[in-house]
Design a protein around this ligand. Sequence first.
Ligand code: SF4
Ligand code: SF4
Length: 308
Amino acid sequence: MKTKKFLGKIRQDPLESLAKGPKEVMASLWQEYLQEVLNASQKSRRYQKVRQQIEEKANFPEIFRDWNTMDVEARAAAWKRLINAAKDVLWAGWETCVRCGECCEISSPTLLAPDLTLFQKEILTWNEVYTLRAGEQVTSREGKPETLREERLKVREVPGSHQCWFYLAATNSCRIYDDRPEQCRRQECWGDEDRVLETSELLNREALLAGAPEIWDLIRAHDERCGIGRLAQALKGLETEPDQAGEALFDALHFDHYLRQMLQQEWELSEAATELLLGRPLTRFLKDHGINAALTPEGTFRLTPRNE
Ligand code: SF4
Ligand code: SF4
């Protein structure tokens, strides 16, 4: 009897396609199968990592290489090997973090109360964390703009990116994985949307710096003169009461700048540590609101619109 020629319509009868089709057809059916069982975007790092684990387990390259010379029984056995490898990997823990690093590239973690111990163990230092103050505008992990109701401490990002400071892109790995912050432990990209954090769960400067009252006097003075609310009001007033608003902005800018300078020169703190104690510099806040604040050689600030 003449063998029926494979016509390439792989979705009409996948079993016939596997029995008679060339290796490219098998690869295409395999991809469809994985897409269906993994139920995740093919582009996601997590999908790629799990796929890699399955294909290594079943030795996919060997199956692909030999497919065209296999008879029907050998093809059936090879296909079964692929399916069993998928089952093993998925049952062993699809609903666990596969350490693909994708979330580490999108954002750094916000610190939660249990992360205080990471400072005690010196996994985290003042140089790796900064403060976002209440009232600051931020972008959520889902890319939505939001105004913070309360302050947050965050691990720094690699400059010019959203990538977490501790993430090593070359090896897709975390430098502190065994001691990673609580939010990283809770991260479940396979589940529903991120749970909104309750205020009581957050680590804040008050808890972190509880044993350093002398620092608190400075932080309070800074908040009084450079609070986000005061700045936002001054920005609003620039059109209606420019003199008064301008004065408030200059006062805040100078206080912020010279206090940071004092902390670095007299207390020998790093610039990064001042961003934990006082939040991000006001020059950056103004930049986000379309104003460049440049220090002149005379030691005063000059404000210009950002597009000038
Ligand atoms: S939680 Fe993050 S690192 Fe883990 S699998 Fe999901 S995206 Fe990858
Ligand atoms: S601390 Fe580690 S696990 Fe957490 S976001 Fe950074 S690199 Fe990823």
